[in-house]
Design a protein around this ligand. Structure first.
Ligand code: CMC
Length: 422
């Protein structure tokens, strides 16, 4: 087996190399501290593999994304979100019978306990829907047992109920009555029905809306060890319940550097529009190291070429907006901003390309989804990924409670001084 050699103070230590199925190589440093007394320091874990995983493969240099081996482009073109959920969680595309059984479970479990409706009443009207969502998912766990025997059922419950909770939190924010799920609708159409139907008149979900939501959900479904997924795995590693792990993942996703970026992109594009559309001014601001401003929706820890999800979304934005009859000036601004940034040496040098959040907001806007719900939409899409990783982690014989080390830089030992003597 190949090894890596590390020399510390003239002493040589050898560590095995581990190779993944796509040729990725890692140094297995499990015995590093016990054999050498030192640890690695890797802020942001940019060079640290936290686990072996068979779920998603990304080649950031080549712009490749595959779920369980299937290229994202093929899944986006052909699959339903429910099929993708099954694929990510259980490892294979479902047969017809498996798909029917899985879909029936999602239909059967789509309502939430009536008592949960009361929880919505306690939130102020200004509550961000991501805060409501993470709290409600944590609360959802209080209604169900979390024994191992219920794991698959809880997975089904979560996928099905998260869309009901998300739609109810929107209805709460605009003061409209909750709309219950319908058993005859697809996953995406059902969510849109609960969002946009009102009791006063009939509402049929336009096909184009359901199709574009299906696409968006698939594109967000997994992205290997990102911040929220690592959070789900970390919380789960302590033995906390699935509901707690998912609630924590939602909280991690809410940040503007992660899922919260889709909301920020639209706010930023609107700001550029209101300011007269001077793209160069904002590109220059993003380059200025004395200015905290960043181009939201640009850059990625892993993609150093292009983000394939962003390409698919850019391609479908014109089509969907056309089909919906929406003429959104922000789409033009986004395209122009992308063009200016991609020609700029700063962005070229750092390999900063538009990421998934750059065009997703334009689509959500065209679909009538309010800006502060964008990150909730990301959460609906990412849920199967979190579930797949949590499940994989639980079954992994290598799994141990996640507990990183640190390099302590604080004060050395000193004696306590009474308050009057300080
Ligand atoms: N605008 C301007 N400069 C940037 C940007 C940006 N959006 N992104 C990175 N940079 C610069 C950064 O200042 C640094 O420059 P230097 O080497 O001179 O110090 C260099 O590029 C490398 O950036 P980094 O911050 O070290 O990279 P990271 O891997 O730690 O961060 C990121 C990745 C996505 C947090 C970051 O690119 C960013 O803040 N982007 C904007 C927020 C965003 O769109 N987030 C959504 C990510 S995709 C969906 C998801 O996974 O949630």
């Amino acid at each position: 087996m190949s090894t890596a050699k590390l020399i510390i103070n003239d002493q040589e230590h050898e560590f095995p190399l581990i190779e993944g199925s796509e040729g990725e190589v890692g140094i297995n440093v499990r015995s590093l501290r016990s054999s050498t007394g030192v640890i690695t320091l890797d802020p942001g874990y940019a060079n640290t593999g936290s686990c072996r995983s068979a779920i998603t493969f990304i080649d950031g240099e080549k712009g490749i994304l595959r779920y369980r081996g299937y290229p994202i482009e093929q899944l986006a073109e052909n699959a339903s979100f429910v099929e993708v959920c099954y694929l990510l969680i259980y490892g294979e595309l479902p047969t017809q019978a498996q798909l029917e059984e899985f879909s029936a479970g999602l239909v059967y479990h789509s309502m939430i306990h009536e008592d949960m409706k009361k929880f919505f009443e306690g939130y102020p009207p200004t509550a961000h829907p991501m805060s409501i969502l993470s709290s409600m998912i944590s609360s959802l766990g209080t209604f169900y047992s979390d024994t191992e025997a219920e794991t698959d059922l809880n997975i089904t419950r979560l996928i099905s109920k998260i869309k009901t909770i998300a739609a109810f939190s929107y209805k709460k924010s605009c003061g409209q009555p909750f709309i219950y799920p319908r058993n005859d609708l697809s996953y995406s159409a059902n969510f849109l029905h609960m969002m946009f139907a009102v009791p006063a008149e009939p509402y049929e979900v336009p096909d184009v809306l359901a199709r574009s939501l299906n696409l968006l959900l698939i594109l967000h479904a997994d992205h290997e060890q990102n911040c929220s997924t690592s959070t789900a795995r970390m919380v789960g590693s302590s033995g906390a319940t699935l509901f707690h792990a998912i609630s924590a993942a939602i909280s991690a996703l809410s940040g503007p550097l992660h899922g919260g970026a889709n909301q920020k992109v639209i706010e930023q594009l609107s700001m550029i529009q209101a300011d007269g559309g001077d793209y160069q001014k904002y590109v220059d601001k993003a380059k200025d190291k004395d200015d905290e401003f960043r181009l939201m929706g640009f850059g990625h820890r892993v993609y150093k070429n292009f983000d394939p999800r962003s390409r698919i979304l850019k391609g479908s934005a014109d089509e969907v907006l056309d089909a919906l009859g929406v003429d959104d000036p922000l789409l033009e601004i986004a395209k122009n901003l992308e063009e200016v940034a991609l020609k700029d040496e700063y962005f070229v040098e750092r390999k900063l390309y538009p990421n998934v959040d750059f065009y997703s907001g334009i689509l959500y806007r065209a679909m009538g989804i309010p800006t502060d719900m964008f990150t909730v939409m990301f959460a609906l899409g990412r849920l199967p990924g979190w579930l797949a990783h949590w499940r994989e982690m639980c079954a992994d014989p290598d799994n141990r409670i996640n507990r990183p080390r640190q390099i302590y830089t604080g004060a050395e030992e000193r004696a306590y001084v009474a308050v009057g003597d300080r």
